[in-house]
Design a protein around this ligand. Structure first.
Ligand code: NAI
Ligand code: PYR
Length: 320
């Protein structure tokens, strides 16, 4: 059985889906849900626990007393407001920063040794705020970032190419939000550069125009799902479970997640997603992946958008 205690903070659509994905994938030994809403969290815990017979997980428990969140190996933060149709992720920054200020200090008191994973949006901004509140090394506090967007991109490419998703190598980087973008430099299917990929009839499906359409489709994916059902939950549930496994199994897997940068690409103090090595203790390093000039420019634009949101929250400088 997988080892480790997972605490999911927030038992709404996203928190419960992360717990459910972790349950089905046996991502942790013990899964705990914590939420300020007692009746809701109790109901979610019961509903999940009633299915444990069919899983490899040791226990599912939880409640609205912070003590349930004690002794965690991984804490996933999903507490907070979600986008209403038409709202961007960045519109949530002020409200959700306040929630982090309330919930993180007591969590740190009961789970001082955990890795903290931020899912609450805007997750890059929340990662910076959480890292400053918690005062932990930057690798131990990171955001799910663009792993979800990368999964969306790979699904789209695989469909167009008629190839298994696992053979597609391409990543979305930058903000988990409107300025995110794909790293087409280095994108390939089975080692064949994406632009050279041929269908059986000789057609090359990945023209510059198609690549632009894919970029837009990924950036708009959450808006489309939210317009239809009010929230996104299943794909983030699976994405977060994958990250939790990388940490608890000490995988040193390369995943595009968001951590506070200190140097790469000339950026410091801002969090955004780049391919990163994730294993025991969280983000162990951020990779220096090849980018062309246009991609470097887009990365800088993404960092500027996140920095502007942080400035609007008037976050004091580190160390002050
Ligand atoms: N990073 C990503 O890829 C994604 C992030 N999200 C974000 O996840 C967040 C949660 O979304 P949903 O679950 O759909 O919202 P929801 O409204 O269904 O659930 C939020 C939960 O947070 C709880 N909560 C509020 N304050 C709390 C506190 N101080 N302590 C503990 N629990 C508290 C509420 O009681 C509620 O149960 C949103 O910010 C949303 O934008 C959603 C999808 C993907
Ligand atoms: C809501 C959100 O951040 C997403 O589904 O990408």
């Amino acid at each position: 059985m997988q080892s480790g205690k997972l605490v999911v903070v927030g038992a709404g659509a996203v928190g419960s889906s992360i717990a459910y994905a972790a349950l089905i994938r046996s991502s942790a030994r013990d899964i705990v849900l914590y939420d300020v809403d007692g009746p809701k969290v109790d109901a979610q815990v019961l509903d999940l626990a009633h299915g444990t017979q069919f899983t490899g997980v040791g226990s599912v428990s939880g409640g609205n007393d912070i003590a349930v969140a004690g002794g965690a190996d991984v804490v996933v933060i999903t507490a907070g407001a979600k986008q209403k149709p038409g709202q961007s992720r960045l519109d949530l920054a002020g409200t959700n920063a306040e929630i982090l200020r309330t919930v993180l200090p007591p969590l740190l008191a009961v789970s001082p040794d955990a890795v903290y994973l931020l899912v609450t949006n805007p997750c890059d901004v929340m990662t910076v705020i959480a890292q400053r509140i918690l005062g932990l090394p930057s690798g131990r506090v990171f955001g799910s970032g663009t792993l979800l967007d990368t999964s969306r991109l790979r699904w789209l490419i695989a469909q167009k190419a008629g190839i298994s998703r696992s053979s597609v190598h391409a990543s979305i980087v930058g903000e988990h939000g409107d300025t995110e973008f794909p790293l087409w430099t280095g994108a390939s299917i089975g080692g064949v550069p994406l632009k050279d990929w041929e269908l059986p009839d000789g057609e090359k499906p990945f023209s510059p125009q198609v690549l632009d359409e894919l970029t837009r489709e990924v950036a708009n994916a959450a808006y489309r799902v939210i317009a239809g059902k009010g929230a996104t939950n299943y794909a983030i549930g699976l994405s977060a479970a994958r990250i939790i496994e990388a940490v608890l199994r000490g995988e040193d897997a390369v995943l595009p997640v968001s951590s506070v940068l200190d140097g790469p690409y000339g950026m410091s103090g801002v969090a955004l997603s780049l391919p990163s090595v994730v294993g025991t203790g969280g983000v162990r390093s951020v990779l220096n992946v090849p980018m062309d000039d246009g991609e470097r420019e887009r990365l800088a634009r993404s960092a500027a958008a996140i920095q502007a949101a942080l400035d609007a929250l008037m976050l004091p400088e580190r160390g002050s």
